[in-house]
Design a protein around this ligand. Structure first.
Ligand SMILES: NC(=O)c1ccc[n+]([C@@H]2O[C@H](COP(=O)([O-])OP(=O)(O)OC[C@H]3O[C@@H](n4cnc5c(N)ncnc54)[C@H](O)[C@@H]3O)[C@@H](O)[C@H]2O)c1
Length: 379
């Protein structure tokens, strides 16, 4: 094992989770951080004892091998192309880009340069989700035939201090939250073949609820309730409901129905949770996730106080190990591009009122080995 030196571009809300994850890992070392707003990079640098620098200097630094792009979705492709032009491997927050065309540009450039692309979410590598993958692979619920994946909340503007991008093209609940659900679906079921969808907006405007911009109004430019049907190549028929127009509900968010039983999948925005399953119509039983790494609770939700497992960065650690060992990494650009094509197709299907066929295919990522910590990635 050796530690890989990384630089971070984008020092907003989510950067703290990555800096905490990096500080806890022996596989990577954050050398420097940069942002369009120097005050943001200086604040994170002071908090985590790393160096604040300019974007140009970070990209020119020969010590930095991998750049973590934590900018807003609309900047993922342009910043990603700059990272690849600088000869660095790229790991990006989700979505890979706001369009499939942009995502394809990134993958083509990386391939031509012999560089890697990794992309969030890496939550599918978490203990709860890998236990679900294992349950499906071992036939616990038979052949998956149907299911549903729902995220229904009141939105983002009440908690995020700078939420405008969520309600503009490139935002919306499908591009923002869809990557978590669709990536875990592809991890469990394989690639998607076609989609159908309907979209609508519950509110014309949103009011920012916290931070320096509290009280400012955002005009909503994207559908904020989207219902879609995903047909997988395996034959599984899954409904996906993503809405930011819901105050309260009593729906279970993520269920897979198989020929021999059913599976409740934990929240794919996090890494742990307790999956449950039934054999045919028997009683629900918990699925033990403790043999998998990255599932134990290690934080409390800042708003609800609920204990959660957050290991954001393990996809990057896996990519760093993959580079060193010459093996593929799991949260890959190919997987992210397939997921992005599905998300874009959902939007297109809703606008054009037709089924949209998915062109790209990807293999399911290799399961994460069982074990207790990040050393399982070093194989
Ligand atoms: N906030 C969360 O809880 C969360 C969770 C998971 C994933 N994400 C994803 O992480 C990404 C960032 O989200 P966030 O919530 O941290 O956003 P944010 O707005 O808080 O931070 C983004 C930062 O990127 C900087 N930036 C924007 N364009 C840039 C550019 N071209 N070059 C350099 N810096 C630039 C901004 O100045 C800002 O500091 C998004 O893709 C989002 O979907 C966020």
């Amino acid at each position: 094992m050796r530690d890989v030196t990384i630089g971070i571009i984008g020092c907003g809300n989510i950067s703290a989770a990555y800096l905490r994850g990096a500080a806890a890992s022996r596989l990577v070392r954050v050398k420097s951080v940069a942002d369009l707003r120097p005050e943001a990079s200086q604040a994170r640098a002071a908090e985590f004892a790393v160096e604040a620098t300019s974007i140009d200097r970070l990209l020119a630094d020969p010590e930095i091998e991998v750049v973590l792009n934590l900018t807003v979705p609309q900047a993922h492709v342009p910043v990603g192309l700059d990272v690849l032009s600088a000869g660095k491997h790229l790991y990006a927050e989700k979505p890979l880009g706001t369009t499939v065309a942009g995502g394809r540009q990134l993958l083509a450039k990386a391939e031509a340069a012999g560089l890697r692309i990794g992309c969030a979410p890496d939550t599918f590598m978490g203990g709860g989700h890998q236990a679900c993958r294992r349950a499906i692979d071992t036939g616990l619920i038979g052949t998956p035939v149907a299911g549903h994946a729902a995220i229904q909340t009141r939105g983002m503007e009440h908690w995020h201090p700078d939420p405008t991008f969520f309600f503009k093209p490139g935002g919306g609940p499908v591009l923002d939250m869809g990557p978590y659900y669709v990536t875990q679906l592809v991890n469990m079921l394989g690639p998607v073949k076609s989609v159908m969808a309907q979209g609508s907006s519950g509110y014309a405007a949103r009011v920012i609820g916290s931070g320096a911009k509290a009280g400012q109004e955002i005009t909503v430019e994207v559908p904020t309730t989207v219902n879609a049907i995903l047909l997988f190549e395996s034959g599984a028929n899954i409904t996906l409901s993503h809405s930011w127009d819901v105050w309260a509900h009593r729906r279970l968010p993520f269920e897979i129905y198989g020929t021999e039983g059913s599976l409740l999948v934990p929240d794919p925005n996090y890494f742990g949770g307790t999956p449950e399953f039934t054999r045919r119509n028997g009683a629900w039983e918990p699925l033990d996730i403790t043999a998998q790494p990255f599932g134990a609770n290690n934080m409390q939700h800042p708003l609800t106080g609920i204990a959660l497992a957050n290991y954001r960065i393990i996809g990057l650690l896996d990519m760093a190990a993959g580079i060193a060992l010459g093996r593929p990494h799991r949260a890959s650009g190919t997987l992210a591009l397939h997921v992005l094509e599905v998300l874009e197709a959902i939007g297109l299907a809703a606008v054009e009122q037709r089924a949209v066929m998915i062109e790209s295919r990807c293999d399911r990522p290799t399961p994460v080995p069982q074990g207790q910590d990040e050393t399982v990635l070093w194989q």
